[in-house]
Design a protein around this ligand. Structure first.
Ligand code: SAM
Length: 391
């Protein structure tokens, strides 16, 4: 049976049960994990795309997707697709949409874009052209135009151009969902929260044993591990409004019930979450977040990996060591990775060790047999996330 899909409209009331077509964007390599999460919140027609997963669901699924998905960056609702090979076609395609049905003159808006096409090089330029086409339509109709607000717009639109296919979507999330709002922003190389959560889920983490991050930096992996282990929604501490809250059809009662239902599912966690780093500053800053009850199970201490004595005898180890981009000599990074392999063997027998790195050469110096290996992207860096069972 074909499902009924509907385009959203933030200026109209939509019935709560109306089936919406949606796309959750993610990091390359996490599509399957995200599809699994979507199935759990009741999404239907789930299909893997590149760096994204499409699905359908009602308004409750839309709210849950924003609040509960650990591996989604944003939830988009496609409103139009058309073919584009140049700037003029882009402008015309955008102008063919009746923007007055989406946007009110008094509302502010912003346009984001992602471009992966031989016809367009700069995503910022595509966003700018789209904004111009929207604004011009208002000028022509009313002699006035809505304002752009890049930071806190009432509505956000998203343009995705892949080769010659342009998809215009309404962005229901606003600020990216990886911004969980728990951590200190000062660490020089923090891992993206969505990537950390995805790594833990690929490693099978459900909070059923101890977890150690011996190079924890600002503690992102442990923070995500704490949320997963206690079944706490990733959006729990977010203090930025989701974009869908500015839509006319925002259902406050439904949103409240979804939050309450999720909060009631919180679990207790009985093992240890341990973070170490050789940098005293990193540890001091990581400890700053421990006043939040969600992170009470975590313990941070300063230690170099080489000197670390594990206080627990079993568990999993998940780490994001330096990749060596900033190290001048390759020998230094090879020595570090060799020391990691030695430490795994001698100190962490009985553990399952997982690490992510973009440095495939250094990875060879670990010198242990890998069991699993995934390709993930850490920002622009193609990485391997690998498992060493240390039994
Ligand atoms: C890429 S960062 C980890 C970032 C972390 N995942 C986060 O989200 O903030 C690597 C960390 O390894 C630490 N480090 C490097 N060599 C180390 C060693 N030998 N022992 C312990 N920590 C080390 C650095 O201080 C740095 O904080």
């Amino acid at each position: 049976m074909r499902h009924q899909k509907t385009s959203p409209n933030p200026r109209k009331k939509t019935p709560a049960k109306q089936e919406l077509a949606m796309v959750a964007r993610t990091i390359y390599g996490l599509e399957e994990v995200l599809a699994g999460e979507l199935a759990e919140i009741g999404a239907k027609n789930i299909q893997l795309l590149r760096r994204a997963v499409s699905f359908t669901g009602d308004k409750a699924v839309l709210y849950k997707a924003n609040f509960l998905l650990r591996t989604a960056l944003r939830i988009l609702l496609p409103i139009r697709e058309f073919v584009v090979t140049n700037e003029r076609e882009l402008y015309q395609g955008i102008q063919r949409i009746d923007w007055t049905s989406y946007l009110h003159l008094k509302q502010t808006f912003a346009v984001d874009s992602t471009v992966n096409s031989q016809f367009f090089n700069h995503s910022k330029y595509v966003a700018l052209k789209t904004k111009d086409a929207i604004v011009d339509q208002f000028w022509d109709k009313f002699g006035r135009r809505p304002s752009v607000d890049i930071k806190w717009p009432d509505l956000r639109f998203h343009i995705h151009i892949r080769e010659n296919k342009c998809t215009v979507s309404l962005d229901s999330s606003g600020y990216s969902l990886h911004k969980r709002n728990y951590r200190n922003a000062n660490h020089p190389a923090p891992i993206n929260e969505v990537l950390a959560a995805g790594m833990l889920m690929l490693a099978g983490w459900k909070g059923q044993t101890n977890l150690i991050d011996p190079m924890c930096g600002s503690g992102t992996i442990l923070s995500e591990a704490a949320l997963i282990a206690q079944n706490i929604p990733p959006g729990i501490l977010r203090n930025y409004k989701y974009s869908f809250m500015n839509w006319k059809d925002f259902d406050k009662a439904l949103w409240k019930s979804i939050r309450e239902e999720a909060n009631a599912k919180k679990k207790t966690f009985e093992y240890k979450l341990l973070g170490y780093d050789k940098s005293a500053i990193a540890i001091r800053e990581a400890k700053d977040q421990l006043f939040q009850p969600e992170f009470y199970p975590i313990r941070f201490a300063k230690s170099s990996f080489e000197d670390l004595n594990s206080p627990v005898k079993e568990g999993i180890l998940v780490m994001n060591p330096p990749y060596g981009e900033r190290m001048e000599d390759d020998e230094g990074i090879a020595t570090l990775y060799k020391a990691m392999g030695d430490k795994f063997k001698h100190e962490f027998k009985g553990f399952d060790a997982w690490l992510i790195t973009s440095n495939l050469e250094a990875l060879k110096s670990v010198g242990l047999k890998m069991a699993k290996r995934y390709t993930l992207f850490n920002g622009p860096l193609e990485c391997r996330f690998v498992q060493y069972p240390l039994y």
